[in-house]
Design a protein around this ligand. Structure first.
Ligand code: FES
Ligand code: FES
Length: 159
């Protein structure tokens, strides 16, 4: 006999908009964002909480969306990279562009959201603090130097 998992209603504020869906209790937040809401800017790499590609903000705190269940964001506020650039390029996106802080771009959405969390907590970080703040986000391409430069430049622009 085929067992069909019951679906649970989830209502969250995603990028400033109330979004509702019925999801299986085991559905990851990453799959909910990408497949149910069409927000494919959140990338999925390792699916084990290691690479940081799937990082989004829930109530202004970074989370690995591959390790969270969608039902856990019921009633919460979620920010994905699509919400970051809603009104033109965010200063962090502009700085990544100007400092050539991406190559393939796979890590970039997660990097941007981790950097945003860092700057919200510490608007004037040192280089070491930026490196520590982004330590959970892996990049296969850039060697990190230009990413760190971009985050420092965005911080300088904002301060
Ligand atoms: S895909 Fe979530 S941490 Fe790698
Ligand atoms: S730019 Fe390719 S993984 Fe970071």
């Amino acid at each position: 006999m085929r067992v069909v998992a019951e679906r649970t209603p989830v209502a969250a504020i995603v990028n400033g908009e109330r979004r509702e869906a019925f999801v299986e209790p085991r559905r990851s937040l990453a799959d909910y964002l990408r497949d149910d809401l069409g927000l494919t800017g959140t990338h999925v790499g390792c699916e084990h909480g290691v690479c940081g590609a799937c990082t989004v903000l829930v109530n202004d705190r970074s989370v690995r969306s591959c390790l969270m269940f969608a039902v856990q964001v019921n009633g919460q506020k979620v920010l994905t990279v699509e919400g970051l650039g809603a009104d033109g390029l965010h200063p962090l996106q502009q700085a990544f562009h100007e400092h050539h802080a991406l190559q393939c771009g796979f890590c970039t959405p997660g990097m941007l959201l981790s950097a945003l969390e860092l700057l919200q907590i510490n608007p004037t970080p040192t280089e070491d603090e930026v490196r520590r703040g982004l330590a959970g986000n892996l990049c296969m391409c850039t060697g990190y130097v230009n990413i760190v430069r971009a985050v420092l430049a965005a911080a300088a622009t904002a301060s």
